[in-house]
Design a protein around this ligand. Structure first.
Ligand SMILES: Nc1ncnc2c1ncn2[C@@H]1O[C@H](COP(=O)(O)OP(=O)(O)O)[C@@H](O)[C@H]1O
Ligand SMILES: [Mg+2]
Length: 272
């Protein structure tokens, strides 16, 4: 029998890379072990209300005594900390970072690591992947029932990388009733389906008023997806101190209904 041949330096390097990738993946999955359901909030367009839906859904679930983490992964426009008025940074605990909490929601955001708020960050695919993995495994998440992720919009490299890295259980698609937002939402649903990932359903935000209503429901029907509910365009969102769901009974009722519809889909997803 011949003894195994010695590896070439190239083969050694390749093997070391495979090992490092494997270890990184294991560290990330260990760190996320305690998390119940990972929900991505996503849209084809910016400005349709992803951050609004992600934060209001998070505080609604937290008010129902659920343990909730909110991960702001909109790497170009990380706005969650601004919307929730979080001024403190994560606290170092040994090798881990403890995320600050607000309204009962633990928040981690790319924004914590920006030098100043209006700085533009240019991220390339591998940097996004590395940064997200770093966030995921260095954060002390505890064992939240839900992790809600505010994703970058569109179908470009950034949302794609984020989705591939995060291993989400399902997506909530946000659209406005407007025809163009609906068209872009359809593109993003198709992208998720192409990646064989799960869509929990569609939320119509900024419903009523000049945009009309019904685009989200029609989209859900056309794409054969559940419609999770609509949230009207309202002045309550102008309050910058608190998420509207904690301020207005009408908004709270809309989000309670969306959260209930989402839970049905999450349970259905688990039994698939
Ligand atoms: N239902 C609503 N009624 C009124 N204003 C809203 C509503 N939803 C979102 N907005 C406002 O619209 C703007 C864009 O929403 P945002 O959640 O930041 O969008 P995205 O994260 O998709 O870019 C914000 O100023 C937000 O306060
Ligand atoms: Mg946003």
């Amino acid at each position: 029998m011949s003894s195994p041949r010695k590896l070439t330096p190239q083969e050694e390097a390749r093997l070391a890379q495979v090992r490092a990738n494997f270890q990184e993946r294991r560290r990330v999955s260990e760190s996320l072990e305690g998390i119940g359901t990972r929900i991505g909030v996503y849209s084809g367009k910016g400005g349709v209300g992803k951050t609004t839906v992600a934060t209001n859904l998070a505080v609604t679930l937290a008010a129902q005594n659920k343990d909730v983490a909110l991960f702001d992964c909109d790497i170009d426009c990380p706005n969650v900390t601004r919307v929730l008025r979080i001024s403190e940074s994560p606290v170092q605990n040994g090798e881990k970072l403890v995320p600050p909490a607000r309204f009962g929601v633990k928040v981690m955001s790319m924004a914590f690591f920006q030098e100043n708020e209006d700085e533009a960050i240019v991220w390339r695919g591998p940097m996004i992947h590395n940064a997200i993995n770093q966030f995921l495994h260095s954060t002390e998440w505890g064992d939240p029932d839900y992790m809600i992720v505010d994703l970058p919009p569109g179908t470009s490299d950034a949302p794609l990388t984020v989705m591939q890295t995060l291993n989400l259980d399902g997506f909530v698609i946000v659209t406005t009733p407007h025809e163009l937002a609906v068209l872009d939402a359809k593109r993003s649903i198709n992208m998720i389906k192409k990646m064989n990932l799960n869509v929990y359903g569609v939320v119509e935000n900024l419903s009523g008023g000049v945009f009309g209503t019904g685009g989200g429901k029609a989209l859900a029907e056309e794409m054969d997806l559940p419609f999770l509910g609509a949230t009207d365009m309202r002045a309550d969102y102008m309050n910058s101190q608190k998420p509207a769901a904690l301020e207005s009974d009408d908004v709270a009722a809309e989000y309670a209904s969306i959260a209930a519809a989402l839970d049905i889909q999450i349970e259905a997803g688990k039994s698939k």
